[in-house]
Ligand binder design. Sequence first.
Ligand code: HEC
Ligand code: HEC
Length: 260
Amino acid sequence: MEAMRVKTFLSLLVGFAGFTCQPLFGQDKVDFDRAAVERGRTDFKSSCGFCHGEDATGNRAPDLIRSAITNHDVNGNLLDPVIRSGRPDRGMPAFSNLRDKDLADIVTFLHSQAYAALHSAHVPGDYPVAKLLTGNADRGKTYFDGAGGCTQCHSVTGDLAGIAKKLKPIDLQQRLVYPETRGKQTATVTTADGQSFQGKVKDLDEFNVAIVDASGWYHSWPRSEVKVEVHDPLAAHRELTEKYTDRDIHDLFAYLETLK
Ligand code: HEC
Ligand code: HEC
């Protein structure tokens, strides 16, 4: 019984640790488990480096740091299936025998590389920023005004005017692929007796939810006792970004870079 409880607690903890380092989206600082990153680096070098380059910036196979899959992955939800099943018809072998633990380390390594690449021009492995600047601005404009649907919410003479002057290239790219969520979510919390509260999310994890309502009152509940519905103003933006191809992202980025 005791052992069981410890185990549940441990798995919650693991889940929780996963949760806190999971949303790369717009966090100022993500603390990666350094040991996992180093284990992942070693595994990556030996199993993947030959094709994807030892630093994952691409070689005979694509760059995994700029990959939309890496950029939108949350705790392996997108990466795991690709790595496990491969794309045998397109030269990506299946790694079905990889241990879960090793796969998780590789995913952590890829996240840390992608995160570092977006946060600094001088990253471990010297990720070349020039690699971010390879799109075509005209195609980007066409996509922005058309298929991309960006004009539903943005305007290059309105909210995005001069965006490239305001943000360094690396930050602009980051905002585009890791839109800032923090501080923008609101939630409706319904208690067991049917009362409903709305406000800005202050705290949200597997154990607690806390909001500040319109009159500035702070409320918090154990997560298990209430129903929580989170409203994320960026959800639509993020959904869209799942549909971009790498080329779209680079074209869009090249276009946004012209907005000075
Ligand atoms: C024999 C060469 C080879 C090896 C080894 C290899 N890959 Fe790949 N991988 C490829 C190729 C080629 C593609 C592109 C397939 C395509 O066009 O869809 C790819 C695609 C991918 C993608 C999808 C990228 C995207 O944005 O679509 C991921 C993720 C990936 N590989 C991860 C890995 C990992 C992790 C390993 C090591 C465990 C690995 N690969 C080992 C050749 C390889
Ligand atoms: C359904 C609405 C919606 C759509 C469609 C949408 N976005 Fe966004 N986008 C947002 C919201 C909301 C934000 C956050 C704005 C903020 O932080 O003030 C945002 C943020 C951004 C930012 C960061 C701006 C900044 O100042 O940090 C960029 C760049 C951006 N979007 C580009 C795009 C592009 C390019 C497209 C089309 C491919 C797109 N968006 C489609 C809603 C949308």
